[in-house]
Design a protein around this ligand. Structure first.
Ligand code: UD1
Length: 326
């Protein structure tokens, strides 16, 4: 089928476009790097005729630098998605796969010995300054144990990017209900791999560490390095998009899935893996922190496996080894 990929020249979008073509689909690529903006009706009206499904990857990503980034996230991610959805309705395109993010959950899931499952609020600055990085039970202040988060966890976006990703899901759900269309929202965990954007303040941690190692500097690990993430390889993420296209939900509905490897690692372990693969220098644990960061976010990949038949195939060691030199 003919599939429009927004952000087709970007990190994830380019891998999705390649995977679609390898699977025999025709790709209509839209990318700002090629002069087409997702917020531009004229570009959409030119590219959408004949398209059966849209895979929406174009976005302003990352945590942002400061509040000056707010309009950019709202414009590119929220307004851009609204323009795209309206254009899809005009052209009777009824299938959408949306690049969402685990950042919609905010802090991950935790269990308190006394109070069971809890969702801690944002960490307090005085605690972070004292090096107390782990969240505590919001009811009794005791230490909590992290747990896996499933798709039905209530959203709790903690920064402008997260808010914009959640808004995209809501707008897409509104569009589906109005048009009878279908949406698969893929909540990516920490995607890494070849072509990951580098040397920008918006880059993900794996790319930042690799750039530091390339320059002969130690990767600077924030907090105590014990924060857990699920690093998932970009080629696995591209396969998840294909699976999502093959498995739309019921007409008029949105289905959301964690796209994760299912094998979480700490940021410290990731720094060690990249540093080891490149022969050093060893990581430096700085004890610094970023206010918008969450501590642990670990997902259950079970729903994506059950419903989409998607399971990540590229392991952490092999993936990081390849990435270290890509
Ligand atoms: C990342 C992405 C987000 C995406 C999500 C899911 C970025 C900036 N964030 O969120 O867009 O939606 O994955 O795919 O791309 N860290 C260091 N040293 C550094 C930089 C970061 O130790 O130099 C730490 C951070 O404090 C944090 C962890 O690494 O604890 C992860 O940071 P980051 O890569 O920004 O990812 P997420 O916030 O998890």
């Amino acid at each position: 089928m003919k599939v429009m990929v927004t952000g087709s020249a970007g990190f994830i979008g380019s891998h999705v476009a390649e995977a679609l073509e390898a699977d025999g689909h025709e790709v209509a690529g839209l990318d700002l790097a090629r002069g087409d903006d997702v917020r531009d009706d004229a570009a959409l009206d030119r590219l959408l005729p004949g398209v059966e499904a849209v895979v929406h990857q174009a976005a302003k990503v990352g945590l942002g630098v400061d509040v000056g980034d707010l309009p950019g996230y709202a414009s590119v991610n929220v307004y851009g998605t609204a323009v795209l959805l309206a254009a899809m309705a005009r052209h009777r395109v009824t299938r959408l796969v949306l690049a969402s993010s685990m950042v919609v959950y905010g802090e991950g899931a935790y269990a308190c010995r006394e109070h069971g499952p809890v969702r801690p609020g944002p960490r307090a600055v005085p605690d972070l300054d004292r090096g107390r990085f782990d969240p505590v039970c919001p009811r009794c202040g005791a230490a909590v144990q992290h747990a896996v988060i499933a798709e039905d966890a209530p959203p709790d976006p903690r920064n402008a990017y997260a808010t914009s990703k959640l808004a995209q899901e809501h707008l897409a759900a509104n569009w589906a209900r109005e048009t009878g269309g279908t949406v698969v929202a893929l909540r990516y965990h920490n995607v890494y791999g070849p072509r990951m954007p580098r040397d920008t303040p918006y880059a993900g941690v794996a790319a930042i560490f690799r750039s530091e190692l390339e320059a002969g500097r130690a990767p600077r690990v924030f907090e105590d390095g014990g924060q857990l993430r699920d690093f998932v390889h970009v080629r696995d993420v591209a396969r998840a998009n294909l699976a999502a296209l093959r498995t739309p939900p019921l007409p008029g509905t949105l289905a959301a899935y964690n796209i994760a490897s299912g094998a979480p690692h700490t940021v410290g372990q990731m720094a060690d893996a990249l540093s080891g693969a490149r022969g050093g220098p060893p990581p430096a644990i700085t004890g610094g922190y970023r206010l918008g960061d969450v501590r642990h976010i670990v997902a259950s990949p079970a729903k994506a496996e059950a419903a989409l038949g998607f399971r990540a195939e590229i392991g952490f060691e092999a993936g990081m080894k390849e990435f270290a030199w890509s």
